[in-house]
Write a protein that binds this ligand. Structure first.
Ligand code: NDP
Ligand code: 8X3
Length: 249
């Protein structure tokens, strides 16, 4: 019988690629996001008859609940939750950053992710399912301008490990996927629509693609049921680590 996966942030980037990956593999997919037109367009793609789309702002807990309540019966038995919706806003140092942008990142990357997880835990436990959280290398390695974004992703990683501990014995698997540089709409969103800045960041770097990460999500979701990848950090070959910074008087 086909398995069912709910993927948040399915209108672009990793989420949209993951929807296509799982539809191609015969899964039933629930896809969420704010941009209705993009979600509806996915229904016209191969396997679109196995896609249910749920349009809501993930920060709106009431809209989230209404969308969950409206999921049609064939899609209600969710086996895998992919908490992917998220964003970075701004690259300014903390002392010049926007508090409004900080709050939007916290509301989206932390509060909404925890809320949806809380609401789906009963069905995931019942079905011995899986939770795949999209964290980031930014949660492990600080960089200038990463401040609250990195903090939100550190939450996602640690929350994933905590969930795994709490879900011990239930059969529910939990994985934190922590990608590095991948070309999606991420930098366009972060810079407020600066396509030149986005192009400059990825130029010549051969970054990861949305399809690369969708493949990793699919790999994790289809592992034999006795295996759990706790954390999976993945970067393009072109990206590695730099040292600490030293300020000299
Ligand atoms: P994109 O900007 O391409 O996609 C982000 C998705 O999140 C969109 O579908 C967007 O949908 C959704 N989203 C954002 N805010 C909301 C909201 N308030 N309500 C509902 N949906 C929302 O970025 P990526 O695919 O790159 O990002 C996906 C995840 O991967 C994020 O959590 C990001 O932090 C993480 N990540 C990205 C990396 C990268 O280099 N690209 C590296 C590491 C982690 P819509 O706007 O239609 O609502
Ligand atoms: C996205 C990767 O390094 O731009 O989470 O923060 S990074």
């Amino acid at each position: 019988m086909a398995r069912t996966i709910l993927i948040t942030g399915a209108t672009a980037g990793f989420g949209a690629a993951a929807v296509r990956r799982f539809l191609a593999d015969g899964w039933r997919v629930v896809a969420t996001g704010r941009r209705a037109g993009r979600l509806q367009a996915l229904r016209d793609e191969p396997g679109g008859d196995r896609l249910h789309v749920a349009v809501f702002d993930i920060r709106d807990a009431d809209a989230m609940q209404a969308a969950l309540d409206a999921i049609p019966a064939p899609f209600r038995g969710i086996d895998v939750l992919v908490n992917n919706a998220g964003l970075a806003l701004g690259t300014a140092p903390a002392q010049r950053a926007s508090l409004e942008q900080w709050r939007q990142m916290i509301d989206t990357n932390i509060t909404a992710l925890a809320t949806l997880t809380h609401r789906l835990l009963p069905v995931l436990v019942e079905r011995r399912g899986a939770i795949i959280n999209i964290s980031s290398i930014a949660g492990s390695y600080p960089y200038p301008g990463g401040n609250v974004y990195g903090g939100t992703k550190a939450f996602v990683t640690q929350f994933s490990l905590g969930l795994r501990s709490d879900l011990h014995g239930t059969g529910v698997r939990v994985t934190s996927i922590e990608p590095g540089m991948a070309e999606t709409e991420f930098t366009l969103v972060r810079t407020g629509g600066d396509q030149a800045a986005s192009d400059a960041l990825y130029h010549g770097a051969n970054p990861m693609t949305a399809e690369d990460i969708a493949g990793v999500i699919h790999y994790v979701a289809t592992l034999p049921p006795h295996l759990n990848i706790n954390r999976l950090e993945i970067m393009p070959v072109s990206q590695s680590f730099a040292g600490f910074q030293v300020h000299r008087e």
